[in-house]
Design a protein around this ligand. Structure first.
Ligand code: BG6
Ligand code: MG
Length: 219
């Protein structure tokens, strides 16, 4: 049986992927190159510094560590400007209803995000109380596709990985869930998220009945 659901934040619960994209694109443009939405797929679920490395690779640029820290800080300052203005209506459709339904059904919930800004975002949109555990970029050292973030979430809830379902919009996140021995529902394109056990457009398509039906073979 499914005892816990673990959620990625950016692109699953809130549409912050667009703010990450805008902030990275602005940085790329300042450095003299363009950065497209297709390029941006490679950054989803990836930590801040690893994202910068990918961005610089796309631009064909190399910098020393000190300069890279400055660039990452510049991007994050911009990103924080966007997220501190977020409102409760920026929670993606269905997310709050599904979290509410899960808890009513006795299924625990945890956040499993690579973002160091996760607590700020949850506070801004009023979702902090909907999670039994919050694991984010401040409490992990290994980035997705390493399963660390989800394993820590399962551990915090006292649930075995096999009884957990992860919701993810990033390929690296789907890989992390599966590497941790969990089930995974992809949120987004079935092409990008082909490895997930099930792919839906968004949490508005999820409910406890569908969850149980899809993963009933789990013990
Ligand atoms: C992930 C996003 O959730 O968090 C990535 O998908 C982002 O795009 C990563 O780079 C780190 O976020 P932050 O807020 O710590 O820079
Ligand atoms: Mg994401």
């Amino acid at each position: 049986t499914i005892q816990a659901c673990l959620f990625d934040l950016d692109g699953v619960i809130v549409d912050t992927a667009k703010y990450h994209y805008i902030a990275w694109k602005e940085l790329a443009n300042e450095l003299g190159f363009d950065f497209t939405e297709t390029d941006n797929e490679r950054l989803k679920g990836v930590s801040r510094m690893a994202s910068l490395d990918i961005l610089l690779e796309i631009g064909g640029l190399t910098f020393d560590d000190e300069k890279k820290q400055q660039l990452a800080t510049r991007k994050n300052d911009r990103y924080v400007e966007y997220i501190t203005r977020m409102q409760a209506d920026e929670v993606l459709p269905g997310a709050k209803d599904f979290l509410t339904e899960l808890r009513a059904a006795g299924i625990q919930t945890a956040l499993g995000s690579a973002s160091k800004n996760a607590p700020t975002i949850l506070e801004r949109v009023g979702l902090t109380p909907y999670f039994d555990a919050i694991i984010d970029g401040n409490s992990t050292s290994k980035a997705k596709p390493d399963p660390e973030v989800f394993l820590k979430g399962a551990e915090a809830l006292g649930v075995k990985p096999a009884n957990c379902v992860v919701f993810e919009d990033a390929e690296a996140g789907v890989e992390a869930a599966l590497a941790g021995g969990m089930k995974c529902v992809g949120i987004g394109s079935p092409l990008v998220l082909a490895k997930a056990n099930l792919v839906v457009d968004g949490l508005h398509q999820m409910n406890v009945a569908l969850l149980r039906k899809s993963f009933s073979q789990t013990t």
